[in-house]
Design a binder for this molecule. Structure first.
Ligand code: ASP
Ligand code: MG
Length: 403
């Protein structure tokens, strides 16, 4: 018998009716003869509500307690879904992250998976049961519950699929798959049938909110292929795997937008080796992922450094930088501003030139000013004014004929 891992996100299990609907879907796979492991998120909005309550007590709440609090959301869903399966006469059993021995390390609220031992999942499957596992959570060496960052149930599903050598890993969500751009912004965006890890990773990290970036990274590293599909329809979704044959030479596979970026600027940074390195060390020690970076040519021995961080990390980043400047070195933190990052992604860029000029020209023709630029081998990102983000996305989508 083959093991199938199905992950259902927050909107798919938002209320009791939806949980009952998901139970029917799970029952069908189980009846078809699969051994089914289900990973669930908290009901939509629950994690945010829990965070809000904590913030109403303390502005910057202790992260260990946040993990204890946030994991409640998933724990509610596993019990409800197991009950919904019982109601359909499907033997099901719920399991928390620690029960299936998802062992973690690193800081609270952003812990990493060290090992997945699976607990008694195989035994339960052999006994004919559906196992419903709480996503987003694991346990560290201190015996404390930890979480994997927002959207972390995706990571739980991928990691379990890998550890169980599952035949299929299906990520059920509220969209039909990965699109060439966000269809809410670009009406003629198309669903991509198959995409490789690299492109998916760049799209995910560039703001296509379909999946957690870390989950895609994990899948790539361990070569765990998966499918992103909708829990609201029966249509097949987007397969994400190692290699995808493409019929024609596509230069760009998709356009992504990330509106949750904050630009931090530092002025009067001493122009000497190590000054910038020290800044980014401070960021990494605070668990902040830095994205686009611009450093200008120094004048009078002073340089300016500008970079972006995810909005949710901005407070932490600013706090750490202020402390750094107070104690160690000169440099001044300027006013932070919001920025939208628009990225074009495609492995075809590796072997073709002219992608940047096409992209930039299209933006220029639309009167959109670029504030920052960053590139990788298969991605070009520009930072623009948040009010122009949607326009920039449409312009890029059209420039590369993705519709
Ligand atoms: N409940 C968590 C969140 O809202 C994890 C997840 O949904 O994947 O971020
Ligand atoms: Mg999600």
């Amino acid at each position: 018998m083959s093991i199938v891992v199905q992950k259902y996100g927050g909107t798919s299990v938002a209320d009791v009716d939806r949980i009952k609907r998901i139970a029917k879907r799970v029952k069908k796979s189980w009846k078809d003869g699969h051994q089914v492991v289900v990973v669930v998120s908290a009901r939509a909005g629950v994690t945010n509500q829990l965070i809000e309550r904590a913030n109403a007590i303390l502005k910057n709440p202790t992260e260990r307690e946040m993990d204890v609090l946030m994991t409640c959301g998933e724990q509610e869903t596993i019990a409800l879904l197991a009950l919904a399966l019982h109601a359909l006469d499907v033997p099901a059993v719920s399991r928390t992250g620690w029960q299936v021995e998802i062992l973690t390390e690193g800081i609270h609220t952003k812990s990493r998976i060290r090992e997945v031992k699976c607990g008694d999942i195989r035994k339960q499957l052999r006994a004919g049961k559906v196992v419903v596992v709480a996503g987003f959570q694991g346990i560290n060496d201190e015996g404390d519950v930890t979480t994997f960052g927002r959207g972390g149930s995706d990571l739980s599903a991928i990691a379990l699929a890998g550890a169980l050598r599952a035949r299929n890993c299906q990520i059920f969500t509220d969209v039909e798959g990965v699109f060439t751009a966000d269809p809410r912004i670009v009406p003629d965006a198309r669903k991509i049938t198959a995409i490789n890890y690299e492109e998916m990773l760049e799209l995910a990290s560039s703001g296509s909110k379909v999946m957690q970036t870390r989950a895609v990274e994990f899948a790539q590293k361990h070569n765990i292929s998966f499918e992103v599909r909708s829990s609201f329809s029966n249509k097949s979704g987007t397969i994400v795997k190692k290699k995808v044959k493409s019929l024609e030479d596509t230069l760009v596979s998709g356009v992504a937008i990330d509106k949750n970026q904050v630009r931090l600027s530092i002025t009067e940074l001493p122009d000497r080796p190590g000054a910038a390195a020290a800044i980014f060390k401070v960021m990494s020690e605070s668990g902040v992922v830095v994205d686009m970076i611009v450093q200008n040519v120094a004048r009078n021995g002073k340089a300016n450094l500008t970079f972006t961080v995810p909005s949710e990390d901005a407070f932490r980043a600013e706090k750490a930088l202020k402390e750094h400047f107070k104690e160690k070195t000169s440099g001044k933190l300027g006013k932070s501003t919001n920025i939208a990052k628009v990225s074009v992604v495609g492995v075809g860029m590796r072997s073709h030139s002219g992608v940047a000029s096409k992209f930039f020209e299209a933006l220029a023709n639309a009167g959109i000013n670029m504030l920052m630029i960053s590139t990788s081998e298969i991605k070009i990102s520009v930072g623009v004014d948040p009010d122009q983000g949607d326009d920039a996305t449409r312009v890029a989508h059209q420039a590369f004929d993705l519709g």
